[in-house]
Design a protein around this ligand. Structure first.
Ligand SMILES: Cc1cc2nc3c(=O)[nH]c(=O)nc-3n(C[C@H](O)[C@H](O)[C@H](O)COP(=O)(O)OP(=O)(O)OC[C@H]3O[C@@H](n4cnc5c(N)ncnc54)[C@H](O)[C@@H]3O)c2cc1C
Length: 387
């Protein structure tokens, strides 16, 4: 097996396929390790069909009993701050995240506080009365308690992808437009010719299953997620990020972010939905409009009557255990498959990209949890998402 790390800088030719958050971060980190890198995407990085689109994504360490992702997110927060300085762009708002622990269903939240105590992650535990005093935007008659993680918040997703792609180009990387396909042996092709490089890292998100029907499709279920943005009340700043945290509401299958840069309040009610990522329009269904409105009436009653001002619909790939995929293709030893987002990769982006680049350069092996083989469904107690 070739150890690319021992080659002189610039002698390793790497191709990264896919310019979502996984792809741009991996491309940047490969290049910083001395490889010559081409990033190929079907569309322009930042485009609206990718999962790495939309104004923002939550970054929070809250991961139940999972110490691995908790630690990664803590590292990622530093990396996002560094990227913010390097790009000169506002990428991170540290407005905190509150997790509402629904009465009778708190095992994941209980496990999170144990993990935080063990790893020294700062947090506060609030009673329902304290939540009502501190964050009067929320109505919380159904919770036992809430955990508040102050060193968390939101990453400006679209801006982050575009700025990291630009940073990669500024440091000498090449971005090309192209549709990479596979043949019957899952060999990679570009315009019907074999795609050639020392290393090829495939970061094609929810498209990965169709590209690798034998290797990835059996462990990659594609699901649609809707989000709706509701206008803040006229003349009222209490739903802005300066006064309101992001929130996770497991009991209501929901999560959300306050208004930032005028976006409106983002609320997602997760309704398991199929999506044909190739053909479906990125338009939300009426059903989700009704469900989100009733959720808002219940949880954020001061927004009753406010208008929906924006909406997004996009697809994610979910693995059985909700762990990412980062492993060599079983038949093509220079092809590394990197993704399997399971709805939580964005926040990890810079750490995932760094780790993926090290695996690609054969500096170390991948983590057991990211291997393609041996995936099994986890119970909500074991799963990092608690579902
Ligand atoms: C509504 C919603 C809310 C979310 N909220 C959060 C959150 O709060 N926090 C969080 O951490 N995560 C969140 N996520 C998940 C996160 O956004 C994803 O995990 C992450 O963006 C996945 O990135 P990716 O690079 O793997 O895939 P993508 O962003 O989908 O990128 C894949 C890229 O590959 C390209 N591509 C595909 N096929 C080919 C091909 N054949 N040839 C060339 N290029 C190709 C595509 O054009 C695309 O640019 C959310 C996701 C959604 C949809």
């Amino acid at each position: 097996m070739t150890n690319f790390a021992s080659r002189p800088a610039g002698h390793t030719h790497a191709i990264v396929v896919g310019g979502g958050i996984a792809g741009v971060c991996t491309a940047l980190e490969l290049q910083r390790r001395g490889a010559k890198v081409r990033l190929i995407d079907r569309w322009e990085p930042g485009h609206a069909r990718a999962a790495s689109s939309d104004y923002n994504r939550i970054i929070r360490a809250i991961s139940g009993r999972d110490e691995f992702y908790t630690t990664w997110v803590r590292q990622a927060r530093h990396r996002w701050l560094e990227l913010q300085a390097e790009t000169g762009q506002k990428l991170y708002y540290e407005n905190g995240t509150v997790i509402l622990a629904t009465e009778g269903q708190c095992s994941w939240e209980d496990a999170t506080s144990e993990t935080f105590d063990k790893l020294g992650v700062p947090y506060h535990r609030f009673s329902p009365e304290e939540v009502a005093l501190r964050f009067p935007q929320f109505k919380v008659p159904d919770i036992s308690y809430a955990l508040y993680e102050p060193e968390s918040g939101m990453i400006m997703a679209h801006r982050a992808v575009v700025s990291i792609a630009q940073l990669f180009e500024r440091e000498g990387g090449v971005i090309e437009r192209g549709h990479v396909s596979t043949d019957n042996n899952e060999q990679l092709l570009l315009e019907d010719k074999t795609l050639e490089a020392d290393i090829i890292v495939v970061c094609t998100g929810a498209w990965m299953g169709e590209m690798f029907p034998r290797t990835i499709k059996p462990i990659g279920f594609v699901q649609g997620i809707n989000v709706l943005y509701t206008s803040t009340p006229d003349g009222d700043a209490s739903f802005d990020h300066t006064q309101m945290p992001c929130w996770i509401d497991h009991g209501q299958h929901s999560f959300g972010l306050p208004s930032v840069e005028g976006s409106g309040v983002k609320a997602a009610v997760v309704i398991p939905e199929t999506i044909d990522i190739e053909n479906d329009e990125r338009l939300i269904k009426r059903e989700s409009l009704g469900k989100t409105r009733s959720y808002i009436e219940k949880r954020l009653p001061k927004l009753i009557g406010e208008r929906i001002v924006d909406s997004k619909f996009n697809g994610i790939i979910i693995t059985p255990d909700t762990h990412f995929i980062l492993d060599w293709h079983p038949e093509h030893e220079h092809v590394l498959l990197a993704g399997g987002c399971s709805g939580h990769l964005f926040k990890h982006g810079p750490v995932f990209g760094d780790f993926a680049a090290g695996v690609a350069m054969r500096e170390y092996g991948t983590a057991d949890r990211f291997k393609i083989a041996g995936r099994r469904k986890l119970s909500p107690k074991e799963s990092p998402s608690g579902r």
